[in-house]
Design a protein around this ligand. Structure first.
Ligand SMILES: Cc1ncc(COP(=O)(O)O)c(C=O)c1O
Length: 358
């Protein structure tokens, strides 16, 4: 480190967020839980842009009103953020400082422990990987030092779902100690159950949603949170002004106005692919975890890195996890929602398995 520049002690060991990249650009990129096909009606987004889209600042208020109507809540219960990431970070800034704890699962959506650390909080991690959700352990981990708890469901990176009873018990435990519960529902549209409506009646609970996954609009970077008005007001307070770009606000509104048909069709495709992918991985002995997200995680251990390399040799980019230790060697494969990409993936899997076993 240069003498004239001293990052804070809590940044010790941090590096820019950069998932491991394949040596060559994949033909089929199924490593980041994005949609592979671009929206069918791209012109809808471009046509919706007003003449002042680039020279004026925008507040996402109209989008918040649209989302509130869709969710049947008052607009003061919704805040739009620059991706769900931005909102998760705001929630950490809002609740954490040295001496305060965040309850989370391990593994988790990897940005959550990162935001907890950046905000100066102490993570209290509860193992949840390939088992039913450990409700008792999660509730027991919430104590007087807890300021925030995270329940990612479907989970990341495994795609497992938690049940309503667990969410309710966590919310009650959080309310008792004056903590917030965040239900990260980034993948909920692909799941069998949606906890959003029930969460609206739970104390101290905020739900994170995004346009990046089921809507297939990751490039827009638009997320939204639904919660009690005072928490939403605080999330706006700790956010930066105009954090969501005008074309993104306009694009998300155009997506909502265009209706759900495209999204529903994408969800159907992803679910079918997920079933086939799971079966294929199981047949190959890749130990997949049943998933309700848009991906399947295969627990390959020592075979994970060579398997990933063998897929890359066939033009398929998947994500291999190296940490935390529990997940090391696990490979997450996104269901692309696109026939060509999916069939290429299915053809490549057995060859990759043979290559990494030989
Ligand atoms: C569980 C989970 N939460 C939140 C996010 C962030 O979503 P966004 O693209 O809206 O920032 C992701 C992105 O991959 C995710 O997997």
């Amino acid at each position: 480190m240069s003498a004239g520049f001293r990052p804070t002690a809590r940044l010790e060991g941090f590096r820019p967020y950069r998932p491991r990249k394949a040596a060559t650009t994949p033909v089929y990129k199924v490593d980041a839980n994005e949609a592979s096909a671009s929206p069918t009606n791209l012109t809808r987004y471009v046509d919706a842009l007003p003449a002042e889209a680039l020279n004026r600042y925008t507040r996402p208020h109209d989008l918040e009103v649209d989302l509130a109507a869709r969710l049947r809540v008052t607009p003061d219960r919704v805040v739009v953020t620059a991706g769900a990431d931005d909102g998760l970070f705001r929630l950490c800034l809002l609740t954490l400082e040295p001496g305060r704890q965040a309850v989370l699962t391990t593994p988790s959506f990897e940005m959550i422990p990162r935001y907890v650390a950046l905000a100066g909080g102490e993570p209290v991690a509860v193992e949840w990987f390939g088992t039913p959700v450990p409700a008792d352990d999660l509730v027991a981990a919430i104590g007087p030092e807890t300021s925030i708890a995270f329940l990612v469901t479907p989970s990341s990176p495994a795609g497992q779902s938690a049940d309503l009873a667990t969410a309710k018990r966590m919310a009650e435990a959080c309310a008792e100690v004056g903590a917030l519960l965040v239900i990260d529902h980034a993948y909920v549209e692909f799941a069998d159950f949606d906890l959003t409506d029930a969460a609206l009646d739970m104390p101290n609970t905020v739900v994170a949603r995004t346009f990046s996954k089921a809507w297939g609009l990751a490039g827009l970077r638009v997320g939204y949170f639904i919660g009690p008005p005072e928490v939403i007001e605080w999330m706006k307070t700790v956010g930066q002004p105009y954090s969501v770009a005008t074309p993104s606000v306009v694009g998300a509104r155009a997506a909502l106005a265009g209706g759900d048909a495209d999204m529903r069709a994408r969800i159907e495709r992803v679910r079918e692919e997920r079933q086939r992918l799971f079966e294929a991985l199981r047949t190959l002995g890749a130990d997949p975890i049943p998933s309700e997200a848009n991906s399947v995680l295969a627990r390959l251990g020592d075979r994970g890195v060579p398997f990933t390399a063998a897929l890359a040799d066939q033009g398929i980019g998947v994500r291999v996890f190296e940490y935390p230790e529990l997940v090391a060697g696990s490979v997450r494969i996104t269901c692309p929602g696109d026939g060509q990409a999916f069939e290429a993936l299915m053809a490549a899997l057995p060859r990759a398995m043979r290559a990494c076993e030989s």
